[in-house]
Design a protein around this ligand. Structure first.
Ligand SMILES: [Zn+2]
Length: 360
């Protein structure tokens, strides 16, 4: 059994996605910032020399940071747009995901210039403050006509996480500092409404490993993990451990042979109950565990089943990259999160911010 990470193949796979850099091609792909972020953070986790290789692309990435004034409003907002192809950037083009993807990319690329001189904390903080909804959640874009959360946008735990992560990147550390820009208590109250009885976070009482990681990471960033009581934390840790597909039923709770066991998924994690194992959920589940309970995280890593699942079932050793499962072709998202999960297990990855350690 080959238990090696095929680093060279993965480097090639990731660098192919970065051919959209540098500036020669404007690119209309709305997911451009996501593509750049997934590639760069995975390259960083593989210890590639990104600052040297891609430094010429930094000004082009920074150009996506824009300041915009709404007609009839005096306030100036700043954030990242996903594309430069429109003649004049407008408020609806600025979004939370583009802003976090770009800022994390600039951190991994060690572009301190952006953080020390280009970044205008006040106008970016103002953008975030206007995106917060009355219930405490966040939309990802503003309304076209007035600085209010776009009514057509969804609000969920992902955007709560993204908003807090951006504030951390602009230097907020204490609850008071976050409170300069957003209503922290309302945000916490909103996230608490997404707690599920069985443990974890999700909509309609059904926990989801992705939302759970977003919520727990956001609580961690805000320094408010103590708002999750011991009982709930315990149920959440059990729920997360039970997402690991094993031969013996759920890893933590159930005894005996698992009648649904599929050898090809052994060691992998599922995002919800009764779903197939999937590369990305190894990361989402382990990240939550590592924040909530280091001992459980270490236990989940110790037997090597999760690592073996990634390296033998979803790693593609021909063209590089990782796929969602042992059937699909490799894709960038699962490649990034597969490499992130392996780095998290090795202790070299900051799972809360989803970039390699050593960025701050
Ligand atoms: Zn997935």
């Amino acid at each position: 059994m080959n238990l090696e990470l095929n680093r060279e193949k993965h480097l090639k796979f990731l660098k192919r996605h970065l051919l959209i850099l540098p500036s020669a091609q404007q690119g209309n792909d709305v997911n451009k910032m996501a593509i750049i972020f997934y590639s760069i953070t995975a390259l960083g986790a593989l210890d590639a020399d990104i600052p040297t290789a891609y430094s010429s692309s930094l000004p082009w990435i920074c150009k996506h940071y824009v300041k915009v004034k709404l007609p009839c409003h005096s306030e100036v907002f700043s954030a990242f747009v996903g594309s430069l192809s429109t003649a004049a950037p407008t408020v609806p083009c600025m979004s939370l995901p583009n802003t976090l993807f770009a800022m994390l990319t600039l951190k991994v690329m060690k572009c301190e210039d952006f953080f020390t001189s280009l970044l205008d904390k006040e106008s970016l903080g103002l953008f975030l403050s206007k995106l917060q909804c009355p219930d405490g959640s966040f939309a990802s874009v503003l309304d076209m006509n007035q600085p209010e959360p776009s009514p057509v946008d969804s609000t969920d735990l992902r955007f709560c996480y993204i908003a807090t992560a951006i504030l951390k990147l602009i230097g907020c550390k204490s609850k008071e500092e976050f409170g300069q820009f957003i209503d922290v208590d309302r945000l916490i109250d909103y996230m608490l409404t997404k707690k599920c009885d069985i443990g974890g976070f999700g909509d309609y009482g059904e926990p989801h490993a992705g939302y759970t990681s977003c919520a727990i990471s956001a609580f961690s960033i805000l320094g408010c993990l103590d708002r999750l009581d011991d009982d709930f934390r315990e149920r959440t840790v059990d729920w997360l451990l039970s997402r690991q597909v094993s031969k013996m039923g759920c890893m933590s709770l159930e005894e005996g042979h698992n009648p649904y066991h599929d050898d090809d998924e052994h060691g992998g994690f599922q995002g919800r109950e009764n779903k197939f194992a999937d590369t990305c959920y190894v990361f989402w589940c382990l990240n939550s565990l590592s924040i909530l309970d280091k001992a459980s995280f270490n236990n989940a890593c110790r037997d090597g089943a999760a690592q073996e699942y990634l390296l033998t079932k979803t790693q593609n050793t021909l063209v590089g990259g990782f796929s969602k499962n042992d059937q699909d072709s490799p894709d960038l998202y699962h490649t990034c999160l597969g490499i992130a999960a392996l780095s998290l297990m090795q202790g070299t990855f900051d799972g809360v911010m989803c970039i390699p350690k050593g960025w701050s």
